[in-house]
Design a protein around this ligand. Structure first.
Ligand code: DGL
Length: 272
């Protein structure tokens, strides 16, 4: 059991920013990553569709005999976490709770901004998680639907990225927030531009690092860490072009990907 891989998925490439942190912290663990590039983005789709996709993604990972599932996608977490926890009988780690906890520990003035996809923002999942921990904190949310295509296009620091960032983020600046949650796993790619717009005094919370810590703690707690000397294998699957996944995915992961494979995700059930 212990030497089985950790499964992680996202609507596309964003979850690779989480995988990067898991590989940095738990390099000895094997992993299987699935990016649903053929059906991305999830953030503009209805909750019903996101739930269906989420269960297909998870069933694909279960077919790879994983020991744990990491939902590397805020949108999938926001729309389906309760159902996933009710139906999946291996440990599930998601991105929202660790990011919310980090934001609460960072804020000094009690004003936190949250940016994410439309589906994540509409679910208010971060607002609920933050207020649940600290009822006096004020949360200001903003959906940034153009950020995912910018990230996937590799336009992270150009003038188009900056002007779109300004348009979305000025209202949050005006609220005088001191902490900003990057509530979508694509957004860390835009962090330099976001920081330029928000200013150095605003702390940016990237849940990837927090998720990696949660994965490590859960593996230890459940005695699921791989055995000593285990040689890690990192597998990659996509529902779209392998060439594109390897090329762009390598920039998200900050290491080259040569072994991606294509999978037909529609053949997996979405039972729940
Ligand atoms: N990376 C996903 C997230 O964290 C969203 C991207 C999408 O809209 O598919 O929410």
């Amino acid at each position: 059991m212990n030497d089985k891989p950790i499964g992680i998925f996202d609507s596309g490439l964003g979850g690779l920013t989480v995988l990067k942190e898991i590989m940095a912290m738990l390099g000895e663990e094997s992993t299987v990553y699935f990016g649903d590039n053929g059906r991305t983005p999830y953030g503009t789709k209805s909750q019903e569709v996101v739930i269906k996709y989420t269960f297909q993604d998870i069933n694909f990972l279960l077919s790879k005999d994983v020991k744990m599932i990491v939902i590397g996608c805020n949108t999938a977490s926001a729309c389906s976490l309760d159902k996933v926890r009710d139906h999946i009988n291996i440990p599930v780690i998601e991105v929202v709770e660790p990011g919310a906890a980090k934001a609460v520990s960072c804020t000094k003035n009690g004003k936190i901004g949250v940016i994410g996809t439309s589906a994540t923002v509409e679910s208010c999942v971060y607002e609920k998680a933050i207020i649940n921990k600290a009822p006096d904190i004020q949360v200001f949310q903003k959906a940034c639907p153009m950020f995912v295509p910018l990230a996937e296009e590799g336009w992270w620091e150009n003038d188009i990225a900056e002007s779109i960032c300004r348009k979305y983020l000025e209202p949050l600046k005006e609220q005088n927030i001191d902490t900003l949650v990057l509530g979508c796993t694509h957004y860390p790619l835009l962090k330099n531009t976001i920081r330029k717009v928000m200013g150095p005094e605003v702390t940016l919370v990237n849940s990837g690092v927090e998720v990696a810590k949660a994965v490590k703690a859960t593996l230890e707690e459940l005695d699921l860490k791989c055995t000593a000397g285990h040689a890690a294998v990192n597998e990659f699957y996509t529902s779209d072009s392998v060439e594109k996944f390897e090329l762009l995915g390598g920039t998200f992961l900050e290491r080259e990907i040569h072994n991606a494979q294509k999978t037909d995700i529609e053949q997996y059930e979405s039972n729940y």
